[in-house]
Design a protein around this ligand. Structure first.
Ligand code: NAG
Ligand code: NAG
Ligand code: NAG
Length: 456
């Protein structure tokens, strides 16, 4: 035995040693864990991979080879879909997901599923996501409701996962009981679907995950948590969509405040319960055990175009989403690497009314998460400090871990910092075990400016 394998066998399973096991780092991890054992934690870090990042221009084109598996315990590939004729599972983007041998000539190309599951080892478990876009509710509802469709579907899942090497599935029904095509009894249909999947998954030792929408008024519509807890291994909370521009929510707001400001504690306020602490507390109160909860952290900021550049605090009137970012190209959503780029850029062609290098960055002391403004543009996002606070909250509440959406939104190339600054920080804090208690934490002495919500 060489020295390295001696240390491995002397210290038990590598998993306990941590994710720092790599390229000779192990020796250091074991002997001086404070130096190199950054990823020495037992938490889950689920990392989402989305195919559309592959189609971005360089330098931020993201392929499966861009994934740093040392920063994730689980990789979740978005996505597969439900065929509403045969009621079976299928690859949502065959051109990217499948190989030429899987399909008719010229139809499939990049073998994404298998290249992703080839990354698997005991410290990186590949999971396939099902669904995951608004409007998928109709198909989910129709399939889950009808026993024949449901069992036809569930029967198709195991061979599909096995064929491509996945070790589990995340159901991303957006959202049960809500939106076009949903059904008032979706809460019950969801339980039936998860039970049916679990029955099959147990035999394979597959993991079953569920994406949960954590909007204050929507939790109880969609989810019977005690019943779901029987089948679901991990609940991935979408705790990053508390605010974004829409015509019926046309005022600024942060997507992922840590806790409420005093104004928001009034039930009639649009920000009532719209924060991480209240969201998680509710899920816990509804009967989910903390170790089954993954706190969702999103590397994509949500932005607005202000009606008046001078009214640029929270709850200030907005006429539109922020214009599309230079790489992600979707109005309203900017990846963290685009936020960093915008902060340092000498020109801002995507934001014609902004002045380069004149960003104001503001962090409300209750929110513990920043937003930045420049002229009429306003964007709320995560940085290395705000994700540290969130990871410390995971430690404090003894949650199962973090679900990071999505790998490509971090500065994965290290164009503006070290590679993967957000995910690295999350792992570092989970390892360090530092805690953030949002309840005893006193805030309000350094509030961000706020507009009068009743005035418009
Ligand atoms: C991880 O879990 C093991 C077994 O439960 C425990 O002995 C160890 O102390 C934990 N490590 C950390 C960093 O929490
Ligand atoms: C990526 O996958 C989604 C489904 O997850 C699909 O709708 C889309 O067409 C794919 N391709 C691109 C370029 O987004
Ligand atoms: C916001 O929406 C309301 C209701 O539709 C509308 O009356 C108001 O003018 C809008 N405000 C802005 C800034 O667009």
């Amino acid at each position: 035995m060489d020295l390295l394998s001696k240390i491995i066998s002397a210290t038990g399973p590598v998993k306990m040693i941590g994710k720092g096991f790599q390229s000779g780092c192990l020796v250091v991890v074991v002997l001086f864990s404070a130096v190199c054992g950054q990823m020495n934690h037992n938490k889950t870090v689920g990392c989402y991979f989305e195919n559309w990042s592959f189609y971005r221009p360089p330098p931020v084109k993201f392929d499966i080879s861009s994934i740093d598996t040392d920063l994730c315990t689980h990789g979740i590939y978005i996505a597969a879909d439900i065929d509403d004729v045969s009621w079976t599972i299928f690859a949502a983007d065959p051109w990217f997901d499948l190989d030429s041998t899987d399909c008719e000539p010229g139809y499939c190309n990049y073998n994404g599923y298998r290249r992703f599951t080839d990354l698997a080892d005991e410290d990186f478990i590949p999971i396939l996501a099902l669904g995951g876009w608004p409007g998928s509710s109709a198909k989910f509802s129709a399939m889950a409701k009808d026993p024949i469709k449901r069992y036809t579907f569930v029967d198709s899942v195991i061979p599909f996962l096995k064929a491509y090497g996945f070790a589990g599935m995340e159901v991303r029904w957006e959202y049960p009981g809500q939106g076009e095509g949903s059904h008032p009894d979706d809460q019950e249909y969801l339980v039936r679907l998860m039970d049916a999947l679990k029955e099959r998954f147990d035999a394979e030792d597959f993991m079953l995950m569920l994406l949960v929408n954590v909007q204050a008024n929507e939790l109880e519509i969609g989810y019977d948590f005690p019943a779901l807890s029987e089948s679901v291994d991990l609940f991935s909370l979408a705790t990053y969509d508390f605010s974004y521009y829409s015509p019926d929510r046309n005022f600024t707001g942060h997507p992922s405040p840590m806790r409420s400001r005093v104004e928001e504690q009034d039930e009639s306020h649009p920000g009532y319960l719209q924060n991480i602490y209240d969201g998680v507390r509710q899920v816990l109160d509804l009967g989910v055990s903390p170790e089954k909860i993954l706190l969702g952290i999103n590397g994509e900021g949500r932005g607005f175009t202000l009606e008046d550049s001078e009214s640029n605090g929270l709850y200030c009137p907005a006429t539109d989403p922020i214009p599309a970012g230079p790489f992600t190209a979707i109005p309203g959503y900017w990846a963290y690497f685009e936020v960093l780029e915008a902060q340092s850029a000498e020109e801002l062609p995507s934001l014609p009314e902004a002045t380069p290098r004149e960003w104001s960055i503001i962090t409300d002391d209750c929110y513990q998460a920043p937003y930045m403004t420049n002229g009429p543009y306003w964007i709320g996002y995560e940085d290395v400090i705000s994700v540290a606070i969130k990871a410390n909250f995971v430690n404090f509440a003894e949650l199962g871990g973090v679900a990071f959406t999505s790998l490509d939104s971090d500065d994965f190339k290290g164009l503006y910092s070290k590679p993967y600054p957000l995910l690295t920080q999350i792992n570092k804090q989970l390892s360090a075990g530092n805690e953030f208690d949002p309840e005893t934490f006193e805030c309000g002495s350094a509030p961000a400016p706020i507009c009068d919500i009743d005035a418009f």
